[in-house]
Design a protein around this ligand. Structure first.
Ligand SMILES: Cc1cc2nc3c(=O)[nH]c(=O)nc-3n(C[C@H](O)[C@H](O)[C@H](O)COP(=O)(O)OP(=O)(O)OC[C@H]3O[C@@H](n4cnc5c(N)ncnc54)[C@H](O)[C@@H]3O)c2cc1C
Length: 319
């Protein structure tokens, strides 16, 4: 018995190509280059949305045609399967932004934090500098409630992006666009309401505060050097950041480390030598390698400590 062909049908492609800018609609696009793990097979269809409106239209078009879709930011918190994605991957490259005199920042959800942070610092607006060095689009940051445990003694606490979040526009499951505030978003650790809906952030607004540029530059340097000394460097060792969810007061990485798994290699995937909650791609790792390595770490930790480690990253597409 042969399995049904789940690839996007020719007429669905033709209909999408009529609705969207066909020059930006690609077929069989390998996804690995669009992720920080550098892992993942092809998307049947791939579209780069270049504005908030374009992002909304492309999602509505996919819904109308009736094919699965996935909104991709920088691909820093996901593992894409080796067989890729049957449907349309919409890469969010909507990057327009505007700073206002009262410290408000309006920004499209595909803007990259690494591009926005220097713009804010240059204008003397504080609030985003803590997240320097974390690969993320604004949409991904809202989805995950981006956070960072500050290393500096005077602000040694976990900071969350929702502290400066004011409101955002959502494209809802019914194709409506609505503006919602912080309370609506139900932000938590690594989560917000978007995890339970199919709503997509098209743009967001942040309220920043007047800050001392010299202090902000100090924070940028401290945070970057803290990361540089404790995390494997993405340029050399692609990863998706922390693989397992935090275990309050224990530390998922510490448990993996105490199982003697630092540096453990499976295929071309490895548990980092310097951070046991990060798995790195040594060059040719497959999604299968990573999934099996995750299972190895889970089994070891469960047997030794009785804790079940839960993956923090999203698993996308076919494995
Ligand atoms: C080296 C490294 C270090 C990291 N350090 C940290 C850290 O210190 N703190 C931290 O919090 N995270 C960290 N991460 C994880 C990652 O950076 C964040 O989760 C980030 O917010 C992911 O953003 P993204 O744009 O890459 O989202 P993606 O990985 O592309 O997508 C993640 C999810 O968000 C959804 N999404 C993306 N855009 C939108 C949108 N516009 N509307 C609705 N949903 C959307 C996607 O559909 C997907 O489900 C790290 C990752 C790496 C690789």
């Amino acid at each position: 018995m042969s399995l049904p062909d789940t690839r996007v049908a020719e007429d669905s492609y033709a209909e999408l190509a009529r609705t969207l800018d066909s020059a930006r609609l690609r077929r069989d696009e390998p996804l690995a280059p669009y992720t920080t793990f550098k892992i993942g097979g092809p998307a049947d269809l791939f579209y780069e949305a270049d504005s908030a409106d374009d992002l909304g239209s492309s999602i509505i078009a996919a819904r109308h045609v009736g094919i699965p879709y996935f909104v991709l930011g920088l691909g820093a918190n996901i593992l894409i399967g080796d067989k890729g994605f049957r449907g349309l991957v919409i890469r969010n490259a909507a990057k327009h932004f505007k700073f206002f005199d009262d410290g408000k920042l309006w920004v499209e959800s595909g803007a990259v934090m690494a591009d926005i942070i220097p713009q804010a610092v240059e204008r003397g607006w504080s609030g985003l500098e803590h997240y320097v060095g974390i690969p993320s689009t604004v949409g991904g940051a809202v989805w995950q409630n981006l956070h960072f445990l500050s290393p500096a003694p005077e602000r040694e606490r976990t900071m969350f992006i929702d502290e400066v979040f004011e409101r955002c526009e959502l494209l809802t499951e019914t194709d409506a666009r609505k503006v919602v505030d912080r309370d609506y978003m139900e932000f938590g650790y690594d989560t917000c309401i978007l995890h339970f809906t199919k709503d997509i952030v098209t743009w967001a607004e942040f309220q920043l505060e007047k800050g001392d540029t010299a202090v902000m530059h100090r924070i940028l340097q401290e945070n970057l050097s803290w990361r540089g000394s404790r995390h494997p460097w993405l340029q050399f060792h692609p990863s998706a950041g922390s693989i397992f969810k935090k275990i309050e007061g224990v530390g998922a990485g510490r448990l993996v480390d105490q199982c003697g798994l630092k540096g453990y290699r499976h295929g071309d995937a490895q548990i980092s030598h310097i951070h046991a909650n990060i798995m790195v791609n040594l060059g040719h790792a497959t999604a299968k390698d990573v999934r099996e390595l995750i299972a190895i770490a889970q089994k070891a930790v469960e047997e030794k400590f009785g804790h079940r480690l839960e993956p923090e990253i999203g698993f996308i597409g076919e494995f």
